[in-house]
Design a binder for this molecule. Structure first.
Ligand code: SF4
Length: 321
């Protein structure tokens, strides 16, 4: 059990091999919070430039709290999962008003902070001995202790004593091990500091047992309406792109065209755009039509990646539709 876990070996390995990442060079809780929110569902290489741009513009929670959400979304565009941005903005406003919560329990009260992010900030910035269990750490622990299934609470209780002595570094070390050696496919057990003692090493692919995940398909129609100054753009009121702009879209093609007084023959079908979300594949049928409205310059609005793809397809069609 935890007593057999080779904490010192893992720490020594981490100190010798840790990747030099910008958020590891700071103990500023705000910078760490921003990094953790950016890193949710995002690869490290993709996260770095966003992290740097966000902190350059919003070096404190107060600076973000004073800015409109749209300004944050403009920097965030291309990163996806825009709900994170909105939550970060709301968290900044709460911090500006009440001060930075400096405990795990306090951090959990902030909008959008789940147990992983709250524990990561509490451990990295304040040294609180709580385990930050993301997918990487879950995999490492499940393999090390040969657990096919385990509840979040069980893993949390199991990991808590492991990080007790060096909360910041041990949490980082577990995350790093999962990200670089104990990877989902072909873990590098020969190079692993935990290989002695790892009960799952003989068959790492068994742990943790995979949960079946069905990827659903979501069909939409988009209408690019060319106006005098550019396409007509709408802010999405809800869903995965809430707060971002794009051409009008609807699940119901007829309803979308009718909303702009168009019949099936009044708009030109351009083709289909495909887009991947975390649990859904999106297929969008794209139509093009002309309008007397002004429209606007897309560069002036925060756009979703999907909206860009749709507009790019329409741009391939020159002149009047
Ligand atoms: S020995 Fe292999 S399976 Fe066990 S923790 Fe290390 S990399 Fe993962």
């Amino acid at each position: 059990m935890p007593g057999s876990f080779h904490v010192q070996r893992l720490l020594a390995w981490y100190r010798a091999n840790a990747r030099d990442l910008p958020w590891r060079r700071t103990a500023d809780p705000w910078a760490i919070l921003v990094s953790e929110v950016v890193l949710q569902q995002t690869r490290v290489e993709q996260a770095i430039p966003y992290f740097e741009r966000l902190l350059a513009r919003f070096p404190t929670p107060q600076t973000l709290a004073a800015a409109p959400l749209e300004e944050l979304l403009r920097i965030w565009q291309g990163l996806g999962y825009y709900r994170r941005a909105e939550n970060l903005w709301r968290a900044a406003r709460e911090i500006a008003e009440k001060g930075f919560p400096w405990t795990f329990d306090g951090l959990r009260q902030l909008p959008g902070l789940g147990p992983y992010t709250a524990a990561a900030v509490a451990a990295f910035a304040f040294g609180e001995p709580v385990p930050a269990i993301d997918g990487n750490v879950r995999r490492v622990l499940s393999r090390y202790f040969a657990l096919e299934r385990s509840s979040p609470k069980k893993l949390f209780d199991l990991a808590r004593p492991l990080v007790a002595a060096e909360p910041a570094e041990m949490n980082q070390a577990l995350i790093e091990l999962g990200a670089t050696l104990c990877t989902p496919r072909r873990p590098a057990c020969e190079a692993c500091p935990l290989r002695v003692g790892c009960r799952g090493r003989a068959d790492p692919g068994r742990y943790p047992a995979r949960r079946g995940r069905r990827v659903r398909e979501w069909r939409l129609t988009a209408l690019v309406l060319r106006g005098r100054r550019g396409p007509v753009l709408e802010a999405r009121p809800q869903g995965p792109w809430a707060g971002l702009y794009g051409p009008p879209m609807d699940e119901d093609e007829g309803r979308l065209l009718a909303r702009f007084g168009l019949g099936p023959d009044d708009a030109r079908f351009l083709g289909e755009v495909r887009h991947g979300l975390s649990h859904r594949r999106v297929r969008v049928r794209v139509y093009l039509a002309r309008t007397d409205r002004d429209g606007e310059d897309p560069a002036a609005r925060p756009l979703s990646a999907l909206a860009r793809k749709v507009l790019a397809l329409a741009e391939e069609v020159p002149g009047e539709p």
